[in-house]
Design a protein around this ligand. Structure first.
Ligand SMILES: *Cc1c(COP(=O)(O)O)cnc(C)c1O
Length: 426
């Protein structure tokens, strides 16, 4: 082999994986075991004391999951990663390392509906207070910073309207405030956007969506960029203070530029427990092998469908950053030049009733609450994913009553357009 660095598609197939050393199996085996035999008592003690790396128990780590972690870390350009049971579990594990009760984090208002719920209700019950900011108004993040702010959370391509966030501008605010920037990169995937290249300190994914890509397995992952200094000012005691259960070591001091990923594993996953099944890790790894091919087709189809809708008389507006007329097109050209993703919204002249009617008439599109499947999906956010919000908040988060959200799959684009045409015309 030459000494050139492997490209993205090569990493998507190979990163983290080797033929199995004992059997020669070429695909990554599913290590369906809860626990692992120690060499001897000293080996066991050193694993428990974090003095050696190795497998103990699948709640803390598993060799199949480790391949997935290494692969996603490579694709995102991070130092290390931790796979967990779902995207939501990843968000809990991240914030548990950063916030103490009474602390705050700033979140963009345009988010996955489930994240809005999680931040507003569950996190509040932990004493973690979310402060909302407007991703289209960078100064609103600056205004939201207080001495209790511990993190900023945004989506790269934001739900539900596929709007593009100016990651570098938000990263500048985070740097100034001395807090890490967390980017949910689920809708972009590292094929379209690598947030770490633009100043993100932590990247989080719902692997359930484009990375797994086939609508069959839940998973989540946390990627450590290795960029943040956790030792300053005692702001992040989980990382900077001695850990009594690990012989008083300080995670930042011992693990350096992958201390955050270690904290998420040995404090977050160990104690909260949302481990990813090795079977799901295997399914998601298989999905990732074709990520570059799928993602390009998702984007090309989405652009064709958005263009069709923009020219249809029943459609009031289309919000797709890949259209030259879209307000996010400049940001899309900068951050996602290969394509603006495959999740976007459009609004119907007939309002709420027309939205509900359209969803019921579509045949090839599946009406369900998911995105990032090979299949094309449709949902009416105001009556489902965003129904818990009041009307003003629905409009602010891009889920007004007349809005329909699509997640475009990898079918033939002509068939998708024909299905929309019959449903809109009928
Ligand atoms: C689905 C999703 C999540 C939550 O992930 P789960 O795997 O369903 O827990 C978080 N963020 C975004 C953008 C999502 O699409």
């Amino acid at each position: 082999m030459s000494d050139r660095l492997p490209g993205f598609s090569t990493l998507a197939v190979h990163a983290g994986a080797q033929p199995d050393p004992t059997t020669g199996a070429r695909a990554t085996p599913i290590y369906q075991t809860t626990s692992f035999v120690f060499n001897d008592a000293d080996h066991a003690a050193s694993l428990f004391g974090l003095q050696a790396f190795g497998n103990i128990y699948t709640r803390i780590g598993n060799p199949t999951n480790a391949v997935l972690e290494e692969r996603v870390a490579a694709l995102e350009g991070g130092t290390a990663a931790l796979a967990v049971a779902s995207g939501h579990a990843a968000q809990v594990v991240i914030l548990q390392q950063l916030l103490q009760p009474g602390d705050e984090f700033i979140a963009a208002r345009k988010l996955y509906g489930g994240s809005i719920n999680q931040f507003t209700h569950a996190f509040k019950s932990f004493g973690w207070n979310v402060v909302w900011a407007d991703p289209d108004d960078i100064a609103s993040f600056e205004r939201a910073v207080t001495p209790r702010t511990k993190a900023i959370f945004i989506e790269s391509i934001a739900n539900p309207a596929g709007s593009i966030t100016d990651i570098e501008a938000v990263s500048t605010v985070a740097r100034k405030a001395g807090v890490p920037l967390i980017v949910d990169n689920t809708l972009a995937s590292p094929y379209l956007i690598r947030p770490i290249d633009h100043g993100a300190d932590i990247v989080v994914h719902s692997l359930t969506k484009f990375l797994g890509g086939h609508g069959n397995s839940l998973g989540g992952i946390i990627v450590d960029a290795g960029t943040f200094d956790w030792s300053t000012g005692g702001k992040y005691p989980m990382l900077s203070e001695p850990r009594p259960e690990y012989h008083g070591i300080r995670l930042q001091e011992t693990f350096g530029n992958f201390a955050f990923a270690i904290a998420c594993r040995v404090l977050g996953l160990r104690d909260l427990g949302p481990a990813l099944s090795p079977f799901n890790a295997f399914m998601i790894l298989t999905g990732i092998e074709t990520l570059p091919l799928r993602m390009q087709k998702h984007c090309d189809n989405a652009k064709a469908v958005a263009e069709f809708l923009a020219g249809h008389p029943a459609v009031a507006s289309v919000s797709y950053a890949g259209l030259p007329s879209d307000k996010y097109n400049q940001l899309a050209r900068k951050y996602a030049p290969k394509g603006a993703g495959a999740v976007f919204t459009f609004s119907l002249k007939g309002g709420y009733d027309a939205g509900v009617n359209l969803v019921s008439k579509l045949q090839l599109f599946s009406h369900l609450a998911n995105v990032g499947d090979t299949r094309s999906l449709v949902i009416h956010p105001a009556s489902t994913t965003h129904s818990q919000l009041d009307d003003a908040a629905k409009v602010k988060s891009g889920a007004g009553p007349d809005v329909v959200r699509l997640s475009i799959g990898i079918e033939d684009k002509e068939d998708l357009i024909a299905d929309l045409e019959q449903a809109l015309g009928a």
